[in-house]
Design a protein around this ligand. Structure first.
Ligand SMILES: Nc1ncnc2c1ncn2[C@@H]1O[C@H](COP(=O)(O)OP(=O)(O)OP(=O)(O)O)[C@@H](O)[C@H]1O
Ligand SMILES: [Mg+2]
Length: 278
Protein backbone atom coordinates (compact mmCIF):
# COMPACT_ATOMS: atom_id res chain seq x y z
CA UNK A 1 0.00 0.00 0.00
CA UNK A 2 1.38 3.37 -0.89
CA UNK A 3 1.31 6.03 1.80
CA UNK A 4 -0.23 8.40 -0.72
CA UNK A 5 -3.43 6.35 -0.64
CA UNK A 6 -3.76 6.60 3.09
CA UNK A 7 -6.37 9.06 4.24
CA UNK A 8 -6.09 8.03 7.88
CA UNK A 9 -3.44 6.20 9.80
CA UNK A 10 -3.66 5.19 13.42
CA UNK A 11 -0.32 4.04 14.77
CA UNK A 12 -0.14 2.12 18.05
CA UNK A 13 -2.37 4.32 20.15
CA UNK A 14 -2.78 3.82 23.87
CA UNK A 15 -5.67 5.57 25.62
CA UNK A 16 -6.97 5.94 29.13
CA UNK A 17 -10.03 7.38 30.86
CA UNK A 18 -10.03 9.30 34.14
CA UNK A 19 -6.23 9.28 34.25
CA UNK A 20 -6.17 5.57 35.00
CA UNK A 21 -8.55 3.18 33.19
CA UNK A 22 -6.64 1.65 30.27
CA UNK A 23 -8.97 1.47 27.28
CA UNK A 24 -6.62 1.11 24.29
CA UNK A 25 -3.33 -0.71 24.36
CA UNK A 26 -1.75 -0.27 20.99
CA UNK A 27 -4.40 0.02 18.26
CA UNK A 28 -3.14 0.42 14.70
CA UNK A 29 -5.17 0.66 11.54
CA UNK A 30 -5.23 2.59 8.33
CA UNK A 31 -7.96 3.69 5.98
CA UNK A 32 -7.27 4.20 2.32
CA UNK A 33 -9.01 6.84 0.25
CA UNK A 34 -12.21 5.39 -1.21
CA UNK A 35 -12.56 2.36 1.03
CA UNK A 36 -15.15 1.30 3.57
CA UNK A 37 -13.48 -0.16 6.62
CA UNK A 38 -15.35 -1.88 9.44
CA UNK A 39 -13.99 -1.84 12.98
CA UNK A 40 -15.26 -4.96 14.70
CA UNK A 41 -15.11 -6.14 18.29
CA UNK A 42 -17.16 -7.22 21.27
CA UNK A 43 -18.51 -5.01 24.06
CA UNK A 44 -15.76 -2.96 25.62
CA UNK A 45 -13.14 -3.93 23.03
CA UNK A 46 -12.33 -0.28 22.40
CA UNK A 47 -14.19 0.57 19.17
CA UNK A 48 -15.83 3.74 20.44
CA UNK A 49 -12.63 4.86 22.15
CA UNK A 50 -10.70 4.41 18.90
CA UNK A 51 -13.23 6.51 16.98
CA UNK A 52 -13.26 9.20 19.69
CA UNK A 53 -9.47 9.34 19.48
CA UNK A 54 -9.62 9.71 15.68
CA UNK A 55 -12.01 12.66 16.01
CA UNK A 56 -9.83 14.04 18.85
CA UNK A 57 -12.88 13.97 21.11
CA UNK A 58 -11.59 11.76 23.93
CA UNK A 59 -11.11 14.83 26.11
CA UNK A 60 -14.88 15.33 26.24
CA UNK A 61 -15.09 11.98 28.09
CA UNK A 62 -12.21 12.63 30.49
CA UNK A 63 -10.07 10.43 28.31
CA UNK A 64 -6.75 10.94 26.58
CA UNK A 65 -4.35 9.28 24.20
CA UNK A 66 -1.13 8.60 26.11
CA UNK A 67 1.01 7.48 23.19
CA UNK A 68 0.85 6.75 19.50
CA UNK A 69 0.05 8.88 16.52
CA UNK A 70 -2.99 9.56 14.34
CA UNK A 71 -2.65 11.27 10.98
CA UNK A 72 -5.62 12.39 8.88
CA UNK A 73 -4.71 13.67 5.45
CA UNK A 74 -1.35 14.94 6.68
CA UNK A 75 -2.78 16.52 9.86
CA UNK A 76 -1.52 15.44 13.26
CA UNK A 77 -4.97 14.67 14.72
CA UNK A 78 -3.98 14.76 18.38
CA UNK A 79 -2.72 18.32 17.93
CA UNK A 80 -5.68 19.50 15.88
CA UNK A 81 -8.91 20.85 17.41
CA UNK A 82 -11.98 18.73 16.56
CA UNK A 83 -13.61 21.66 14.75
CA UNK A 84 -10.56 22.03 12.50
CA UNK A 85 -10.72 18.31 11.73
CA UNK A 86 -14.34 18.73 10.62
CA UNK A 87 -13.34 21.63 8.37
CA UNK A 88 -10.54 19.46 6.98
CA UNK A 89 -13.07 16.79 5.97
CA UNK A 90 -13.36 14.40 8.90
CA UNK A 91 -16.96 14.07 10.10
CA UNK A 92 -18.21 11.77 12.80
CA UNK A 93 -21.48 10.25 13.97
CA UNK A 94 -20.34 8.99 17.32
CA UNK A 95 -22.98 9.15 19.98
CA UNK A 96 -25.32 6.60 18.50
CA UNK A 97 -27.96 8.61 16.78
CA UNK A 98 -27.42 11.82 18.68
CA UNK A 99 -29.68 14.60 17.45
CA UNK A 100 -30.67 17.94 18.93
CA UNK A 101 -34.11 16.78 19.97
CA UNK A 102 -35.82 20.16 20.25
CA UNK A 103 -34.48 21.45 16.94
CA UNK A 104 -36.41 20.38 13.87
CA UNK A 105 -34.92 17.99 11.32
CA UNK A 106 -33.78 20.74 8.97
CA UNK A 107 -32.23 22.80 11.77
CA UNK A 108 -30.27 19.72 12.80
CA UNK A 109 -28.94 19.40 9.27
CA UNK A 110 -28.03 23.08 9.15
CA UNK A 111 -25.94 22.64 12.31
CA UNK A 112 -23.73 20.33 10.24
CA UNK A 113 -23.30 23.01 7.59
CA UNK A 114 -22.31 25.56 10.23
CA UNK A 115 -19.59 23.22 11.46
CA UNK A 116 -17.94 23.53 8.07
CA UNK A 117 -18.67 27.21 7.64
CA UNK A 118 -20.75 26.60 4.51
CA UNK A 119 -21.88 29.58 2.48
CA UNK A 120 -25.59 30.37 2.30
CA UNK A 121 -25.60 29.63 -1.41
CA UNK A 122 -24.34 26.10 -0.78
CA UNK A 123 -26.85 25.36 1.92
CA UNK A 124 -29.98 24.69 -0.12
CA UNK A 125 -28.15 22.45 -2.57
CA UNK A 126 -26.64 20.49 0.32
CA UNK A 127 -30.04 20.13 2.01
CA UNK A 128 -31.56 18.91 -1.25
CA UNK A 129 -28.83 16.31 -1.51
CA UNK A 130 -29.56 15.01 2.01
CA UNK A 131 -33.29 14.76 1.25
CA UNK A 132 -32.46 12.89 -1.95
CA UNK A 133 -30.37 10.42 0.07
CA UNK A 134 -32.96 10.08 2.84
CA UNK A 135 -36.35 10.88 1.22
CA UNK A 136 -38.29 10.04 4.38
CA UNK A 137 -36.77 13.11 6.06
CA UNK A 138 -38.30 15.57 3.58
CA UNK A 139 -41.88 15.47 4.89
CA UNK A 140 -40.52 15.64 8.45
CA UNK A 141 -38.22 18.59 7.93
CA UNK A 142 -40.18 20.94 10.20
CA UNK A 143 -40.79 18.33 12.92
CA UNK A 144 -38.72 18.29 16.12
CA UNK A 145 -36.02 15.68 15.61
CA UNK A 146 -36.80 14.15 19.00
CA UNK A 147 -40.26 13.19 17.74
CA UNK A 148 -39.01 11.22 14.73
CA UNK A 149 -38.37 7.47 14.72
CA UNK A 150 -35.07 5.90 15.72
CA UNK A 151 -34.21 5.22 12.09
CA UNK A 152 -35.03 8.79 11.09
CA UNK A 153 -32.89 10.13 13.93
CA UNK A 154 -29.99 8.03 12.66
CA UNK A 155 -30.58 9.51 9.18
CA UNK A 156 -30.60 13.01 10.66
CA UNK A 157 -27.34 12.32 12.50
CA UNK A 158 -25.70 10.96 9.33
CA UNK A 159 -27.22 13.77 7.24
CA UNK A 160 -25.85 16.36 9.65
CA UNK A 161 -22.37 14.86 9.31
CA UNK A 162 -22.70 14.83 5.51
CA UNK A 163 -23.64 18.53 5.51
CA UNK A 164 -20.02 19.27 6.41
CA UNK A 165 -19.05 17.67 3.05
CA UNK A 166 -16.61 15.17 4.58
CA UNK A 167 -14.07 13.03 2.80
CA UNK A 168 -13.90 10.61 5.72
CA UNK A 169 -17.06 9.70 7.63
CA UNK A 170 -16.68 7.79 10.87
CA UNK A 171 -19.71 6.11 12.38
CA UNK A 172 -20.19 4.35 15.69
CA UNK A 173 -22.63 1.42 15.49
CA UNK A 174 -24.97 2.78 12.81
CA UNK A 175 -27.13 -0.35 13.17
CA UNK A 176 -27.64 -0.14 16.90
CA UNK A 177 -31.22 -0.60 18.06
CA UNK A 178 -32.74 -0.33 14.59
CA UNK A 179 -34.99 -2.79 12.76
CA UNK A 180 -33.18 -4.89 10.10
CA UNK A 181 -35.03 -3.23 7.22
CA UNK A 182 -34.02 0.23 8.46
CA UNK A 183 -30.43 -0.92 8.96
CA UNK A 184 -30.35 -2.25 5.41
CA UNK A 185 -31.56 1.09 4.03
CA UNK A 186 -28.94 3.03 5.95
CA UNK A 187 -26.11 0.73 4.86
CA UNK A 188 -27.29 0.85 1.25
CA UNK A 189 -27.17 4.64 1.41
CA UNK A 190 -23.69 4.58 2.93
CA UNK A 191 -22.53 2.24 0.20
CA UNK A 192 -24.00 4.48 -2.49
CA UNK A 193 -22.18 7.47 -0.98
CA UNK A 194 -18.97 5.49 -1.12
CA UNK A 195 -19.42 4.13 -4.63
CA UNK A 196 -20.92 7.22 -6.26
CA UNK A 197 -19.31 10.08 -4.36
CA UNK A 198 -16.06 8.46 -3.28
CA UNK A 199 -16.80 9.00 0.41
CA UNK A 200 -14.35 7.08 2.58
CA UNK A 201 -15.99 5.41 5.58
CA UNK A 202 -14.79 3.91 8.85
CA UNK A 203 -17.57 2.31 10.88
CA UNK A 204 -17.48 0.54 14.20
CA UNK A 205 -19.98 -2.29 14.45
CA UNK A 206 -20.71 -5.08 16.88
CA UNK A 207 -22.88 -6.49 14.16
CA UNK A 208 -20.13 -8.05 12.08
CA UNK A 209 -22.55 -9.83 9.78
CA UNK A 210 -24.01 -6.62 8.41
CA UNK A 211 -20.75 -4.67 8.55
CA UNK A 212 -18.84 -7.30 6.56
CA UNK A 213 -21.51 -7.25 3.90
CA UNK A 214 -20.95 -3.58 3.18
CA UNK A 215 -17.29 -3.06 4.04
CA UNK A 216 -14.28 -3.59 1.76
CA UNK A 217 -11.84 -4.09 4.63
CA UNK A 218 -12.15 -4.83 8.31
CA UNK A 219 -10.08 -4.57 11.47
CA UNK A 220 -10.94 -6.56 14.58
CA UNK A 221 -10.03 -5.27 18.01
CA UNK A 222 -10.02 -7.18 21.26
CA UNK A 223 -9.14 -5.84 24.70
CA UNK A 224 -7.87 -2.57 23.29
CA UNK A 225 -5.57 -4.10 20.67
CA UNK A 226 -6.06 -4.76 16.97
CA UNK A 227 -5.78 -8.49 16.38
CA UNK A 228 -6.67 -8.88 12.72
CA UNK A 229 -7.04 -6.82 9.55
CA UNK A 230 -8.12 -8.29 6.25
CA UNK A 231 -10.57 -7.90 3.42
CA UNK A 232 -14.20 -8.13 4.44
CA UNK A 233 -14.60 -11.10 2.08
CA UNK A 234 -11.76 -12.99 3.74
CA UNK A 235 -13.21 -12.32 7.17
CA UNK A 236 -16.66 -13.43 6.09
CA UNK A 237 -15.27 -16.68 4.79
CA UNK A 238 -12.69 -17.27 7.50
CA UNK A 239 -13.00 -19.05 10.81
CA UNK A 240 -12.46 -15.97 12.88
CA UNK A 241 -15.91 -14.48 12.51
CA UNK A 242 -17.51 -17.87 13.02
CA UNK A 243 -15.64 -18.23 16.25
CA UNK A 244 -16.26 -14.66 17.20
CA UNK A 245 -19.98 -14.86 16.67
CA UNK A 246 -20.90 -18.48 17.06
CA UNK A 247 -18.57 -19.11 19.96
CA UNK A 248 -17.37 -22.35 18.40
CA UNK A 249 -13.86 -23.56 18.88
CA UNK A 250 -12.85 -23.68 15.26
CA UNK A 251 -9.21 -22.96 14.83
CA UNK A 252 -8.61 -19.33 13.91
CA UNK A 253 -4.91 -19.12 14.40
CA UNK A 254 -5.62 -16.30 16.81
CA UNK A 255 -5.25 -16.75 20.49
CA UNK A 256 -8.22 -15.45 22.40
CA UNK A 257 -8.50 -15.05 26.09
CA UNK A 258 -11.30 -16.99 27.71
CA UNK A 259 -14.03 -14.63 28.80
CA UNK A 260 -17.74 -14.49 29.42
CA UNK A 261 -19.96 -14.86 26.39
CA UNK A 262 -20.98 -11.39 25.25
CA UNK A 263 -24.75 -10.87 25.44
CA UNK A 264 -24.74 -9.34 21.97
CA UNK A 265 -23.16 -12.48 20.52
CA UNK A 266 -26.52 -14.26 20.66
CA UNK A 267 -28.41 -11.88 18.42
CA UNK A 268 -25.43 -11.34 16.14
CA UNK A 269 -25.13 -15.09 15.80
CA UNK A 270 -28.79 -15.35 14.85
CA UNK A 271 -28.39 -12.64 12.28
CA UNK A 272 -25.26 -14.20 10.86
CA UNK A 273 -27.12 -17.46 10.38
CA UNK A 274 -30.04 -15.67 8.76
CA UNK A 275 -27.77 -13.83 6.36
CA UNK A 276 -25.75 -16.96 5.65
CA UNK A 277 -28.98 -18.73 4.76
CA UNK A 278 -30.03 -16.05 2.27
N1 LIG B 1 -16.43 7.48 29.16
C1 LIG B 1 -15.73 6.47 29.69
N2 LIG B 1 -15.17 6.56 30.92
C2 LIG B 1 -14.45 5.54 31.47
N3 LIG B 1 -14.21 4.37 30.83
C3 LIG B 1 -14.74 4.21 29.60
C4 LIG B 1 -15.53 5.24 28.97
N4 LIG B 1 -15.90 4.80 27.75
C5 LIG B 1 -15.40 3.56 27.63
N5 LIG B 1 -14.70 3.20 28.73
C6 LIG B 1 -13.97 1.93 28.94
O1 LIG B 1 -13.03 1.79 27.89
C7 LIG B 1 -12.99 0.44 27.40
C8 LIG B 1 -13.31 0.42 25.92
O2 LIG B 1 -14.66 0.84 25.78
P1 LIG B 1 -15.32 1.26 24.39
O3 LIG B 1 -16.58 1.98 24.72
O4 LIG B 1 -14.32 1.95 23.56
O5 LIG B 1 -15.61 -0.17 23.76
P2 LIG B 1 -16.56 -0.57 22.53
O6 LIG B 1 -15.81 -1.54 21.73
O7 LIG B 1 -17.06 0.65 21.88
O8 LIG B 1 -17.76 -1.32 23.26
P3 LIG B 1 -19.34 -1.39 22.89
O9 LIG B 1 -19.47 -2.39 21.80
O10 LIG B 1 -19.99 -1.85 24.15
O11 LIG B 1 -19.77 -0.02 22.47
C9 LIG B 1 -13.98 -0.33 28.25
O12 LIG B 1 -13.27 -0.94 29.30
C10 LIG B 1 -14.90 0.73 28.79
O13 LIG B 1 -15.44 0.37 30.03
MG1 LIG C 1 -18.93 1.43 21.53
Amino acid sequence: MSNFDQLLSVDRIFAIYNHSVAALQGVSLSVRTGEVRALLGANGAGKTTTLRAIANLLGTQRGSVTSGRIVFDGLDVLKTPPSTLVQAGLASVLEGRHVFKSLNVEENLIVGALARGSRRSELSADLERIYALFPSLLPKRKIAAGLTSGGEQQMVAIGRALMSRPRLLILDEPSMGLAPIVVKGIFETLRALNRNDGLTILMAEQNAAIALRYADQATVIENGTDVLSDTADALRRGDYVKEFYLGSNVSSGIKREAGPQQPSAVSASDELQTIAAE
